[in-house]
Design a protein around this ligand. Structure first.
Ligand code: HEC
Length: 202
């Protein structure tokens, strides 16, 4: 393709991107673009390098890409439903929500405790993005559920302080702070994590 043709195609692409969100359902457009990006990656890898590899896959955590007109849909104590901003996305995987979240459902007598259930909803949206439970959940933290459970049980005050302000305990922290969590919110979160202390992990 000549330079002029390229310029024309480029101009068309710019126009399509500028107008797209107004004429096509934006979430569909985002998905389509994600697949286009995926196709580009494989074109580079197989087409140019001759390598068939799925090795550039990594697992960062379950995210919900939010709409521009996002409205919080629930509030539990001081935790309000929040829009999830994807970070470092390298792979898209369509999973069953129920299967992913099953990994952090409390068992035994804790399952019926209202506080533990409230803690679950908070941990599911907040902590699970970066902390994993077995093969599920985010891997950014590299600190899995049983370790958090240990912290919650052995040093609840330190646990609460870290959640509210991780920077105070670790200047180079990568963890999202939750300074809005009051004592009642922290209690349900700690009750929830404590319920995992004696849990057997596969
Ligand atoms: C944005 C990602 C992210 C989220 C969300 C997150 N964490 Fe973390 N967390 C980390 C990372 C990364 C570390 C490792 C140390 C650091 O960077 O602060 C960490 C460390 C910790 C530690 C310290 C463990 C230790 O051994 O020192 C605790 C406790 C903890 N997280 C609890 C939580 C809880 C509870 C939640 C949910 C309310 C949560 N985290 C949400 C990323 C996250």
């Amino acid at each position: 393709m000549g330079l002029r043709h390229q310029a024309v195609v480029f101009a068309l692409m710019v126009v399509a991107f500028a107008v797209g969100p107004f004429v096509v359902y934006p979430v569909f457009l985002m998905k389509a673009l994600c697949f286009a990006l995926f196709a580009c990656a494989f074109n580079l890898l197989i087409g140019y390098a001759g390598l068939l590899s799925f090795g550039h896959a990594a697992y960062l955590g379950p995210y919900l890409i939010s709409h521009a007109r996002f409205r919080p849909s629930f509030k539990i104590l001081a935790h309000e439903d929040e829009a999830q901003i994807p970070w470092g996305v390298v792979r898209l995987e369509f999973r069953q929500e129920e299967k992913v979240f099953r990994a952090i459902v409390p068992g035994g007598s804790a399952a019926n405790d209202a506080d533990v259930q409230a803690g679950l909803r908070i941990a599911q949206q907040n902590c699970f993005r970066c902390h994993n439970a077995g093969a599920e959940g985010g891997t950014k933290a590299g600190i899995p559920w049983p370790v958090l459970a240990g912290w919650a049980a052995a040093a609840p005050e330190r646990f609460a302080a870290y959640v509210r302000n991780p920077q105070a305990g670790n200047a180079k922290t990568q963890m999202a702070a939750s300074p809005q969590y009051d004592d009642a919110t922290m209690k349900v979160l700690i009750d929830y994590f404590k319920s995992f202390v004696n849990r057997r992990w596969p």
